[in-house]
Design a protein around this ligand. Sequence first.
Ligand code: C5P
Length: 302
Amino acid sequence: MRLRERGATLIVQTPAKLNLFLEILRRRSDGYHDLETVMLSVGLFDTLRFREETTGRIEVNCFDAGAGWRADGEPDGRLLGGRDNLVVQAASLLRASTGTQRGVRVDVFKRIPAAAGLAGGSSDAAATLVALNRLWGLNLHRSQLQTLASQLGSDVAFFLTGASAALCRGRGEPVERIRLSRPLYFVIVRPPHGLSTAVVFAHCRPTPQPRSAKPLLDDLRHGRLARIAKGLYNALAEPAAELEPTLTDVRTVLAQQPVMGQLMSGSGSAHFGLCATRRQALRVAARLHSAGIGRVFVARSC
Ligand code: C5P
């Protein structure tokens, strides 16, 4: 997450994540699942602009980042955003838990596709906690922000750590930062159909003999690319493909590309290919774009 101050405005760039490994350990009594997962932040960013709103209101507007600007200087490409928007929820939670009456206008410029398993909404929520803590002068400690993060969603806490990669357990709480010894390059495809996290989890079964992320962690630390590619694993991939059979086509097309390995991220529907170099990622992206299997992005580990 990158934060810049421009006068009274705070601008935050906040990344997407990929799950390089995701195992389901057990279903919990609260309806969630205990996981072992490796999350990696990648350079596909949403940009959020925060300005104090003197009326005390919380106003959030979402825009397609690619849409440009109108003649009156306002952003074009407005997207619909309801009360369930995690930015609204994060701002409201901060107000409720601190008692502040201050308001904010947030413009969210979306690049991270929704319903993709890339945690764009969670990343925006983490950015909101950090930015409003500063803008509203709340002085909340990181650990207090982490507590609020877990109330907003399972993936929010990862983005607050600012880690490029982390091993996460439980609902998805980061337990160990991972230092990568080399950058990783990805091509990411968001198929036309998105998937709901809750629906995919409702359709999954805990694995009787769970795999461990440990070998992958060692390979990430030592930058062993071929072994990282072999260690990619997501226990939600099959349940997701049962719910959305067209995902099999995405996998087939990705398997025909010169990628080192491929996987679905989180609860989908986005898939990624791990590439040896940025040039290879760009080449594969051009081919996937012509194949017309969805929106295509190239991103590097942060
Ligand atoms: O935490 P978040 O709101 O992103 O989760 C959305 C839904 O995904 C949850 O309501 C739950 O049904 C499911 N989920 C789960 N186990 C997790 C994370 C999410 O079952 N570890």
